[in-house]
Design a protein around this ligand. Structure first.
Ligand SMILES: *Cc1c(COP(=O)(O)O)cnc(C)c1O
Length: 392
């Protein structure tokens, strides 16, 4: 039975739908509409679509549906809705549950656009937003008052790789009747099953590891059928945040190799982390599985591997820039989870707009470098980093 398959098998086969031609590869149904045989059939389909039935690609499409079924299967979730980007997924999950007067508690160390949705969008419509230090369970306990609508957090924060105790936060949230929404991009679907830790809704930017080759934007929200079809789908259908069939096809193909890629990348990441940890020219070296990580034990209890990201600290902005400019194999950019290794200077790019005090609070120092480790040979990457460190 398909439900008993292991992750790798699911990543290759789950959700596949074949047309009358029996094509081997997943087809791209590049169509926005669907033809009805009879007026009665059209009427019926508008009353309720079932299984293999579609009306309009903003509502759903066979290629997109294949992707949704595949990701839901590996998350162990009942259902999923594919979105145009990671942010469309975050926006949909939050906007579809809230009304004025509701309270949402979120971990402060958030992706910038997530913070914008909370404060500048939901805040504008009278939703009360409370931000806490995600690693401080007492802060969660105080903030999550009875009737809180939802808690929102990134399982591992960007860019300083703080780990949040999802099990503990979920217990606090559920006791107050709040929904637990987890943005699990950094931990990947391969290394963590946040549903088993208590998450009710799991979100991915599929732009990252799931595409894995830096080609297309996408996102997905996973949850119960009740949440996905009963709460989220209406909002997504009518506000137009659906994933394009072409991008769903790219994501489907990405998934076939997701497990292999994430494992290879994590292995190289660990090698680099250990090498950097022993380099006296560096300040902090951050990787969730290093002994020096304050939440190493928690990270190991929530993830099977430490992920594909590292952050480390150079003396100042000038040194960081000289290091970045000296890299030859590693590209400078701001994506992550790509086959190509990518170095980012968060303080002047992804987190540029944060006020200095907030940067300091989140540990985004002028010398901090974030590294997304790709599929290149580990030795070549280590040599590239060593050479760049020698230059500075
Ligand atoms: C990239 C990212 C997003 C946003 O995804 P897009 O596909 O760029 O819209 C949200 N959360 C996290 C943690 C991310 O890394």
């Amino acid at each position: 039975m398909a439900e008993d398959w292991k992750t790798r098998t699911k990543l290759v086969h789950t959700g596949s739908r074949r047309s009358q031609y029996g094509e081997m590869a997943e087809a791209i149904f590049l169509t926005q509409g669907f033809v009805y045989d009879t007026a009665e059939q059209a009427e019926k389909r508008f009353q309720a679509t079932e299984g293999d039935e579609f009306i309009y690609a903003r509502y759903g499409n066979p290629t997109t549906r294949m992707f949704e079924e595949r990701i839901a299967a590996i998350e162990g979730m009942e259902d999923a809705f594919a979105t145009a980007s990671g942010m469309a997924a975050v926006n949909g999950a939050l906007m579809s549950i809230c009304k004025a007067g509701d309270r949402i508690v979120a971990a402060r160390a958030l992706f910038g656009s997530c913070l914008y949705i909370l404060e500048n969008v939901l805040g504008r419509f009278g939703v009360e937003i409370v931000l806490v230090d995600g690693t401080d369970l007492d802060a969660w306990r105080q903030a999550v008052t009875p009737g809180t609508k939802a808690v929102f957090l990134e399982s591992i924060s960007n860019p300083t790789l703080e780990v949040i105790d999802i099990r503990a936060v979920s217990e606090i949230a559920h006791a107050a009747g709040a929904l637990v929404i987890v943005d699990n991009v950094f931990a990947t679907p391969i290394f963590s099953r946040v549903k088993d830790l208590g998450a009710d809704v799991v979100i991915y930017s599929t732009t990252k590891h799931i595409d894995g080759q830096g080609r297309a934007l996408g996102g997905v929200v996973c949850g119960t059928v009740d949440f996905i079809r009963g709460t989220l789908e209406g909002y997504m259908r009518h506000t137009g945040g659906a994933m394009s069939p072409f991008n769903a096809w790219i994501m489907l193909n990405g998934m076939a190799t997701l497990d292999l890629r994430c494992r290879a990348m994590a292995e190289t990441t660990w090698k680099i982390a250990q090498t950097l940890a022993g380099d006296t020219r560096l300040g902090r070296v951050i990787h969730p599985f290093l002994d020096s990580h304050p939440q190493q034990a928690l990270a190991k209890s929530q993830m099977s591997e430490g992920g594909t990201m590292i952050a480390f600290e150079l003396a100042d902005k000038d040194t960081a820039f000289r290091f970045l400019n000296a890299l030859r194999v590693i590209k400078m950019s701001n994506n992550l989870g790509d086959a190509k290794s990518i170095a980012t200077h968060p303080a002047t790019t992804t987190h540029q707009r944060l006020p200095d005090a907030q940067k300091a609070e989140l540990g985004i120092t002028p010398g901090l470098i974030r590294l997304s480790v790709g599929l290149e040979d580990a030795d070549d990457l280590i040599t590239d980093i060593r050479n760049a460190l020698d230059v500075i």
